[in-house]
Design a protein around this ligand. Structure first.
Ligand code: ME8
Length: 651
């Protein structure tokens, strides 16, 4: 970590070619968490996010919607800003690359690089992918034509261009990575970058003449037909936002403490950006932290694929803080994650409801019953020093984990004090203590639980600000730098107080709330909501036995597939019309496309579960389920051995 007393935290600036999805929300929520922790720990903090609005891709997106580029950029940029405002993202500045100050700053940077001798003019010929705004050497193309990153067709572009002498920076970059092993996080990503740079860096084309929706070159260049390459323009936002090239007002926040990005744009941030900064004689950020990719149904989720999960819908259905917790806890930083409501519900019911919410309920119950809600910590250390030591040992580990971007481990470690608290209640049993007349001990136990809840609320606040504020209100203290100092750094306990009433923080969720975004394999009930077992003792190798009447509650029928087609944008689903002897065939979505083509299914017979509640998958209604068996060798359909009339009951 740097010893800079100010902390500057950034997200990428998002393209305005479409609206935000949970991938963007993920980056922004991590950055917001870091910014909130940074402020809580007393650092003067500047948190930047914004939108990236120039380039051919945006120009084309606007054109395809019949809008002027500026109007279109204004519109989409506002949807990002509104979303972050709805999400209470604590940004200090929302930058747009169409801002006048930004444009001025980029031009200034260009001039400085020219003076430095790092920019020269030449011609460029290459395969250009508009979608990625990147040239690719022909050896990298797929089938000699398609972009290796997004798979779209590339075109050959030959144009006069200014170049940045990136090749000059190869050794300096390698020396920098070597001297700063934490520059790129997580460390696994660092090796990737080093290998790439060692493979040789070519000079970078940094202007274009093929379109004009971009920043013009500085006037002294006298070359009006060029606009700047979007990545040069975009990367500069991190310093122009602080006033570089205009009033320099916040340049003392530079260098950034953490620049958060997704792994897709690591090369730009870990190679080009440091080289540009070296050329400008500016220090490099302390950390470039690249997180992994959120997928849906195992597929990359992206605006261009149209398979996005809307973060607002998820937050509205499940609660914003719950969504924040889930995203940060579920996936190790740097790894990929598949979005699943089932996993989200598990986290809410289990980690949040059982471990945290229930602990507060228990405290409310115990202190209300025995002490009219009064809590006094005077004797906590007398009876519970061992528990306090365990709690503080966990709390001490937290800050380094956050700075190493191990946020999932931060949350995991933060749950240890909760388990210490829950265990203490079970071990010491306040109801027994009270029965035995040990009132002082019972009060000490309540004091311990209150202290643990307070400390956890302080450290969880950056992740779940609204929920933790409620907890702190119940415990009559404010979460701020002063309480962070006393409760966390100085291991203090709470002053005497009377517990305030608090509504349940995490009402139990029993069913999927957003059916239409549920992946195909997740139709089964959620793990935590196990149905009560009626015949608990009747188990064979872990399988609950049922009576014949229960079996016949399922209506199984022979069906004939009368139509079969692929579901666009889904690798897994086939859309089938299945005759089950009713007036019209049933529409069934089956996740079998990996094993059966539409042609193979057409005309065949299948076994259909005919009395399932209809479900909606990828916007399509499914009115049944097909029986199949799947093992490590693949999946096969279960079919009648001989042809049977459609609708014949099975049983
Ligand atoms: O690349 N999973 O903008 P962009 C996780 N304008 N994160 C995801 C994601 C997913 N499926 N999809 C997007 C750009 N992201 C440039 C950046 S910065 C100077 C210029 C997040 O709108 C992730 O942070 O394509 C990724 O890096 C970023 O959005 C890309 O956003």
């Amino acid at each position: 970590m740097s010893c800079h007393k100010k902390a500057y935290i950034t997200t990428p600036i998002y393209y305005v070619n479409d609206i935000a999805h949970i991938g963007h929300a993920y980056t922004t929520i991590i950055a917001d968490t870091l910014a909130r922790y940074s402020r809580l720990s007393g650092l003067e903090t500047f948190f930047l996010t914004g939108t990236d609005e120039h380039g051919q891709k945006i120009e084309e997106a606007a054109k395809s919607r019949g809008k002027s580029t500026q109007n279109y950029a204004d519109e989409i940029s506002a949807t990002f800003k509104n979303l972050w405002d709805d999400f209470d993202i604590s940004y200090d500045k929302f930058i747009r690359t169409t801002d006048a100050d930004h444009i001025k700053g980029v031009q200034k940077a260009f001039s400085v690089m020219v003076k430095k001798g790092d920019i020269y003019k030449d011609t460029y010929k290459g395969h250009y992918c508009i979608s990625c705004e990147t040239f690719f050497p022909s050896i990298q193309l797929v089938d000699d034509e398609f972009c290796p990153e997004c798979g779209k067709s590339t075109s050959i572009v030959e144009e006069e261009s200014y170049f940045f002498r990136l090749s000059e920076y190869q050794d300096k970059l390698l020396a920098y990575y070597e001297a700063h092993p934490d520059f790129i996080l997580p460390k696994s990503k660092r090796n990737e970058v080093i290998r790439f740079v060692e493979g040789g860096l070519q000079d970078l084309s940094i202007t274009r003449t093929s379109f004009d929706w971009g920043v013009k070159l500085p006037e002294e260049m006298n070359d009006a037909k060029h606009v700047m390459y979007v990545w040069l323009d975009a990367l500069m936002n991190y310093i122009t936002a602080l006033g570089y090239g205009s009033d320099d007002a916040n340049m003392d926040f530079w260098p950034a403490r953490v620049q958060l990005i997704g792994k897709d744009i690591l090369r730009f941030h870990a190679i080009y950006w440091p080289a540009f900064l070296m050329s400008l004689d500016l220090p490099l950020p302390t950390h470039i932290a690249a997180h992994g990719w959120w997928t849906r149904d195992g597929e990359k989720m992206s605006k261009s694929k149209g398979n996005v999960v809307n973060p607002k819908e998820v937050a509205d259905a499940y609660g914003l803080d719950n969504f924040r917790y889930f995203m940060l806890r579920e996936v190790p930083f740097g790894g990929d994650g598949d979005f699943s409501q089932k996993a989200l519900i598990d986290r809410i019911n289990s980690d949040l409801g059982n471990d945290l919410g229930n602990l507060l309920n228990r405290l409310v119950g115990m202190s209300g019953k025995y002490f009219e809600g009064k809590i006094n910590s005077a004797k906590v250390a007398t009876y519970h020093q061992a528990e306090l030591d365990e709690v503080h040992a966990s709390l001490e580990k937290l800050e380094p984990l956050l700075y190493e971007m191990q946020i999932h481990r931060y949350l995991e470690e933060l749950w240890r004090p909760l388990s210490v608290a829950n265990k203490a209640i079970d071990t010491y049993q306040p109801w027994t203590l009270m029965k035995e007349g040990k009132e002082e001990e019972a009060m000490a136990l309540n004091g311990l639980i209150a202290a643990i809840l307070a400390k956890v609320a302080v450290m969880l606040y950056p992740v779940m600000p609204a929920v933790c504020t409620k907890i702190s209100q119940a415990l009559c203290f404010d979460i701020d730098t002063a309480t962070w100092q006393t409760l966390i750094k100085e291991s203090a306990l709470l002053q005497p107080f009377t517990l305030e009433k608090v509504e349940p923080l995490f009402p139990r969720i029993e069913e999927l709330l957003l059916e239409q975004i549920e992946p195909i394999d997740s139709k089964a009930e959620t793990k935590t909501e196990k149905k009560p077992q009626t015949q608990e003792e009747d188990k064979t190798e872990g399988i609950a036995l049922i009576g014949i009447d229960q079996f016949f509650q399922t209506s199984l029928k022979v069906g004939t597939v009368v139509s079969a087609e692929e579901v666009p944008k889904s690798k897994k689903l086939l859309l089938l019309q299945v005759d089950v002897g009713e007036q019209v065939p049933r529409q069934v979505l089956a996740g079998i496309r990996e094993w059966y083509s539409a042609e193979e299914m057409l005309g065949t017979q299948v076994c259909v579960v005919a009395n399932l509640k209809p479900a909606t998958l990828m916007g399509l209604k499914s009115e049944g389920m097909l029986l199949a068996a799947k093992d490590e060798n693949g999946l096969c359909m279960i079919r009648p051995e001989k042809p049977k009339t459609a609708g014949t009951p099975i049983g």
